[in-house]
Design a protein around this ligand. Structure first.
Ligand code: ATP
Length: 457
């Protein structure tokens, strides 16, 4: 059993620094000092996040017959969140320290740091003076209308618009139970203590599925979804042995949940939640049926049974999964050259499907017009299909390393052999260099696109 407290701050520091240096993730508003708990994704981070979201959509919606997609509004009516219980109860217990003026989550004290003495947790130093815990609502409110008379909330989860549109989706789509509605999008929480890079943010994206079913099937489907989701993580490159399943015990689950699994990952800052798979019973449809005063029951034509569907919810964090992908991919490999000199190669070992750039394209010699012409032609033909990166600057080895550091799985080099200058054997072929093994092979230019498509999509 891995220890929750085993952390590797030095590794995390390197990851955060790489993310900034190579344009994966920047702090929002950095130019003006930074907005706490909010992040901007740079060019490579955006590609990585898109790859993840597209793959999730493909696996969850496109390749299944029983899940439909939706894209709900972020601004949410007060009544919706009143019924769902968020206005009354979506809060974390918070304590203040009168000495250091720090504000902490009362249920996370042991993993927080005292502001005056960061080596200890709040409450552990004799100087700490903690207040009694009080509830702090996590929702972000906004106003609209000409005089701002109308209140709305930035949604704290994507789920509520799914519950509210469940009947419309059902009625407009000739679909039967069990079926799911999936949504990927932004959610907002006024977290007391945003931290661990993007892990706990105030603005983040979720990938949620609400799977509606007959009450008899809820428990079984919860276990099935857990397996489906674990297989998903494996497919994107997060191995099963780095994931931990917490079967949330009675008393720690939401009061309406009959079963909840937390899928956790071994981050360098500890084992932390990536996704929750919760059996939410008929709680959600029940509260909206009551709140809106409109029936949300399902009528089964075959059994003539009328009932309120139950819901299984696999709810994943997109930013947390991006962070897990980066943490998992990050590697520093010691290489020894022919003279015995050691050197460290930084590599992001992303699965090709997740990698932000799929292929680097290099003319060996920048000054060779023919190599450049062919390299540009290859770039043009490949970039209709995938993100590529053309680079003719500096020594070839350096160009490879720059791509290793951002996780590009393949690099293509156009050299004198390509031009047929050393005979016809390799004419119109290029070198493909593999990121992980650093091995190289020769491939015909015409075969390049199918070779790559098979591996990167
Ligand atoms: P936590 O206990 O870490 O606060 P939670 O149990 O409140 O999370 P859920 O409400 O179940 O989270 O949300 C589903 C998923 O959304 C989480 O598993 C996580 O991946 C993501 N998520 C929730 N809050 C945040 C946040 N503040 N920043 C980034 N991702 C988040």
């Amino acid at each position: 059993m891995a220890n929750k407290d085993v952390t590797d701050p030095a590794r995390m520091e390197k990851i955060v620094s790489l993310c900034k240096r190579r344009g994966f993730i920047f702090q929002a508003g950095e130019l003006y000092g930074g907005l706490n708990g909010c992040w901007d994704y740079g060019p490579l981070g955006t590609e990585l996040k898109r790859n993840l979201k597209d793959f999730w959509w493909r696996k969850t919606v496109q390749e299944r017959d029983d899940v439909l997609g939706m894209d709900g509004a972020i601004l949410t009516m007060e009544q919706v969140l009143q019924s769902s219980g968020h206005i009354g109860g979506f809060s974390d217990p918070m304590v203040d320290c009168k000495t250091c003026k720090g504000r902490f989550r009362a249920d996370n004290l042991e993993t927080s740091q005292c502001k005056e003495k960061p080596s200890v947790c709040p409450g552990s130093s004799p100087k700490c003076e903690l207040t009694e815990p009080r509830q702090f609502n996590l929702m972000l409110q906004t106003n609209f209308g000409a005089t701002g008379e109308q209140i709305a909330y930035l949604r704290p989860e994507t789920a509520q618009s799914i519950f509210c549109q469940y009947k419309n989706v059902l009625d407009s789509n000739r679909i039967k139970l069990p079926f799911g509605i999936a949504q990927c999008g932004k959610s907002f929480r006024n977290e007391i203590n945003p931290r661990n890079f993007t892990f706990r943010s105030r603005e983040f994206e979720q990938m949620e599925i609400e799977y509606f079913c007959h009450p008899d099937d809820g428990m079984r489907l919860t276990d099935e979804w857990l397996e489906t989701r674990l297989a998903f993580y494996e497919e994107i490159g997060i191995p099963r042995e780095k994931l931990h399943i917490l079967d949330v015990p009675d008393g720690e689950r939401a009061f309406y949940s009959k079963k909840t699994y937390d899928i956790e990952y071994e981050f360098p800052f500890g084992i932390q939640e990536l996704e929750g798979v919760a059996y939410r019973t008929d709680y959600d449809l029940g509260v909206h049926q009551k709140g809106a005063g409109k029936p949300l029951e399902y009528f089964d034509e075959e059994t003539k049974e009328r009932f309120l569907p139950h819901v299984v919810e696999p709810s994943a964090g997109c930013d947390r999964t991006v962070l897990a992908l980066i943490c998992e991919a990050f590697d520093e490999e010691t290489l020894t050259d022919e003279k015995g000199k050691e050197d460290i190669r930084t590599v992001l070992r992303f699965k090709p499907t997740m990698a932000p750039i799929k292929v680097g394209i290099f003319p060996m010699l920048k000054k060779n017009d023919e190599q450049v012409r062919i390299a540009r032609e290859i770039q043009k033909s490949l970039q209709k299909w995938m993100p590529v990166f053309y680079d003719d600057g500096g020594a070839l080895g350096r160009r490879y390393r720059r791509q290793d550091e951002v996780g590009t799985p393949y690099c293509v080099t156009i050299d004198f052999d390509t031009l047929g200058e050393k005979g016809d054997e390799f004419k119109n072929t290029v070198t493909i260099r593999h990121r992980d093994s650093m091995e190289q092979e020769r491939i015909a230019i015409d075969a390049l696109l199918p070779w790559l498509l098979e591996r990167v999509r």
